[in-house]
Design a protein. Structure first.
Length: 756
């Protein structure tokens, strides 16, 4: 068969409902060109919904029909699901002729090669691969050997840090050089972890990539063997590759130029986990003879959705000039819903979902997206209130999240000392140096006296075998429970929760950590304060006891399955939505400092990624898209006025249908001007610094400002004072702002005001 365009015509058996327009039996001209261009380097820029999976599988079939053996092709992707789908579609096109192809994830392909070549790197062929659970257990063993408390060095977070270094081909020595003495304990853990892996002749997931790169770099024979073996290489989602994966690809290819990569710079949203958009941007530099084919016809979305999504992402500088188009109808206009607050926003979404279901639409084809996990709470409650089944993707439901359960457990133990499960949950969370031996002795004494462990805290002097240091730490914990109990009797639920964040040390623990996981947990605890405030307003009962009862009932209701077989609305962050598509999509929280996120405010690269996130969110929708925002949203239980998201300025007015509150008639531009006119203007932008634990020289008050007080700042909005260092005008005040993190400000220039 020759390489002319129209000679290749597979009749695809895929059903009309297949994603990305795969039901079309014919390839369009650009798709056909990508399928038939089988020699030399090829870069396919595949826009959202442009049928890239169809092109990839037909390209594989084209190569097979031209005489390339299945074993001579290597196709790489990122998830097992994507690899399985690619295999399935290839077999449906080619039958058994496609058997023997290497279609797999990067990690699976690396493992397969390393099994064959293990002897070259002094490993047995049956070496074990540690998954995340195995890795966590090994790190815990290292912590035990080094006498380091796991509460201060969470094993999963340590594992994530190790993974970030190894994904860049960096080991403990490089980590030590970059981090310095301040993080010497992490480096020591990293070093011991690596030593144990090598001694056990085991590998973790990052080793599968790193060890193969080392092998192919250092062993010429092995490298040339695989360069001869794989005559054609294909990589999907190329914009998501990291530096190690790209280096591996180049080693496998060598001088062979038959490489096809498929990606989209407008859908690069994983830079925070190591993906390098530069790999896509530099492909033509590394392969000067590369042909570039743009897939711009979208088969998924209606015209209005596509036009608006293009308008949002077009503002990013440095992107490839492309514009998706579709033969689909213009469809419904994008509904822009303006709600009074987050509760009303959730209710507006729920009302529209009920309306769609009433017309025969399937709940499984409806999804609600949000920028941060903490936003799910208001949506969950709104759907629950009207009896809509729902499923949270990529995370736990709000009241099942660890940090939420931890803080509520403090209140349960303070109010009911016989709560053994709650006691064990919080006795050393956050870490306060109370080890398992100490807890065991306390519990044994409690059992002998017919007491609960929390009650036995009043009998510390009678417990044998406790060191003076252990008694002191348990006494400190007893004092924490006493303070939490006082909060229950003296404060309403929102203030009690906010106060407990301070007296337990939980807030400082998370803020100190300064990792993305800890930041997300702190956001969820801020949302817990908001939940308590909403509950008090709705029921007229502000007590902590009533709120705890409600939280328990909500958690129990979340376990009820959909007995009617209606399906379930899908709830997820925008990051989780990548690669999925739905008939009806709701994108919530389109407000400045929320979406785009506040942390992107002073970082152009992060702001570009936020814009790409919005583009990804919009292009998940097939039939209808609704974008929602709230005029006010609670921060730490206090309603905060919000500017509309800058992304809304980009939407074509003739593609929008406005609804919601009376302000719906105002354009976004007018609302932004009105907000700016009534908002304080910042006099300076302070440098964010990590919050330290209470040290010598720390004070509780300066000029009427005190630790734990809520304050307002013209730029960073509402925050809570966490630490005051020094006295007078030059005192340094550390304030935690929910959307911006911890900031250390000089009192004289801080421009903050106390809130009632």
């Amino acid at each position: 068969m020759s390489g002319t365009q129209n000679e290749f015509r597979f009749q695809s058996p895929l059903p009309p409902s297949a994603p990305e327009g795969e039901g079309d039996e014919k390839l369009n001209d650009r798709q056909m060109e990508a399928v038939n261009l089988t020699e030399g380097p090829l870069l396919i820029i595949a826009g959202a919904g442009s049928g890239k999976t169809r092109v990839i599988t037909h390209r594989i079939a084209r190569l097979l029909s031209s005489g390339v053996r299945p074993s001579q092709m290597l196709a790489l992707t990122f998830t097992n699901k994507a690899a399985a789908e690619m295999k399935q579609r290839t077999m449906r096109l080619c039958g058994q002729g496609g058997g023997g192809m290497w279609i797999s994830t990067f990690h699976s392909a690396c493992l397969r090669i390393l099994r064959q070549e293990a002897g070259r790197i002094n490993y047995p062929r049956d070496f074990a691969v540690y998954d995340q659970l195995d890795q966590t257990r090994l790190i815990k063993a290292v912590l035990q050997e080094l006498s380091l408390p796991e509460k201060e060095h969470p094993a999963r977070q340590i594992g994530s840090m190790i993974s970030r270094y190894k994904s860049h081909m960096k080991g403990p020595d490089e980590a030590a050089a970059e981090l310095g003495q301040r993080h010497r304990q992490f480096v020591e853990i990293f070093q011991r972890y690596e030593e144990k892996l090598v001694a056990a002749k085991c590998m973790d997931f990052d080793d599968l990539l790193g060890k193969l790169v080392q092998l192919l770099s250092n062993d010429k024979e092995a490298r040339e063997n695989y360069q001869r073996k794989f005559l054609h290489t294909l990589v999907d989602e190329f914009q998501d590759t990291n530096a190690t994966q790209y280096r591996l690809l180049r080693l496998i290819m060598g001088k062979n130029q038959n490489v096809c990569v498929v990606g989209d710079d407008d859908q690069s949203i994983y830079q925070w986990r190591g993906a390098s958009l530069e790999n896509l941007r530099n492909f033509e530099r590394d392969y000067p003879t590369a042909k570039v084919i743009m897939l711009e016809q979208n088969y998924r979305s209606s015209g209005n959705i596509l036009r608006a999504a293009n308008a949002v992402v077009a503002r990013n500088p440095g992107r490839r000039g492309k514009s998706l188009w579709t033969n689909n109808s213009q469809g419904n206009k994008i509904e822009l819903v303006v709600a009074g607050d987050e509760r009303e926003e959730g209710a507006e979404v729920a009302e529209r979902i009920l309306g769609l279901e009433a017309t025969g639409e399937n709940l499984n084809e409806m999804a609600v997206f949000y920028r941060t996990n903490s936003q799910s709470r208001a949506v969950e409650e709104a759907l629950r209130a009207v009896g809509l089944p729902h499923q949270v993707f990529g995370g736990l439901k709000f009241y099942d999240r660890k940090e939420v359960k931890d803080l509520l457990a403090y209140f349960n133990v303070a109010m009911n000392p016989r709560d053994l499960v709650g006691f064990r949950r919080v006795v050393n969370t956050p870490p306060r140096g109370i080890g398992q031996v100490t807890v065991t002795r306390l519990e044994e004494f409690a059992r002998s006296e017919g007491l609960a462990p929390a009650q036995a805290l009043d009998e510390l002097e009678s417990i044998e075998g406790l060191s003076s240091a252990a008694r002191a730490k348990l006494a400190e914990f007893r004092e924490i429970l006493r303070k939490v109990a006082l909060l229950v009797t003296e404060k309403d639920a929102p203030e009690a929760i906010s106060g407990a964040l301070d007296v337990t040390g939980y807030a400082d623990w998370l803020i100190n950590d300064n990792k993305s996981e800890s930041i997300s947990r702190m956001e969820n605890l801020d949302e817990l304060v908001n939940a308590a405030a909403e509950f008090a307003e709705k029921t007229g009962d502000p007590s902590m006891r009533a709120f705890l009862d409600q939280a328990a009932l909500v958690a129990d209701a979340d376990n009820v399955t959909d007995a009617q077989g209606r399906g379930a609305v899908k709830l997820m962050t925008v990051h989780v939505s990548k690669g999925l598509e739905f008939d009806h999509v709701f994108v919530s929280g389109l407000e400045d400092n929320l979406f785009p996120h506040a942390r992107s405010k002073d970082d152009p690269a992060q702001m570009e990624e936020e814009r790409r996130l919005m583009y990804v969110a919009m292009t998940r929708a097939r039939k209808s898209l609704a974008i929602t925002r709230a005029l006010t949203r609670r921060l730490l239980g206090v309603s905060q006025a919000n500017r509309p998201s800058a992304f809304l300025d980009d939407l074509p007015e003739d593609a929008l249908k406005r609804s919601g509150t009376p302000q719906k008639q105002a354009t976004v531009h007018q609302e932004r001007k009105e907000y700016a006119a009534r908002t304080w203007q910042p006099e300076f932008v302070p440098t964010p610094l990590p919050l330290a634990r209470r040290e010598e020289g720390a004070h509780k008050e300066v000029d009427g400002l005190s630790v734990g007080m809520k304050v307002r700042h013209p730029t960073f909005e509402i925050g809570v004072i966490r630490k005051i260092e020094g006295k007078g005008d030059m005192a340094k005040i550390t304030i935690y702002f929910p959307r911006f993190g911890a900031k250390k400000l000089v009192h004289k220039f801080a421009n903050i005001s106390a809130m009632d």
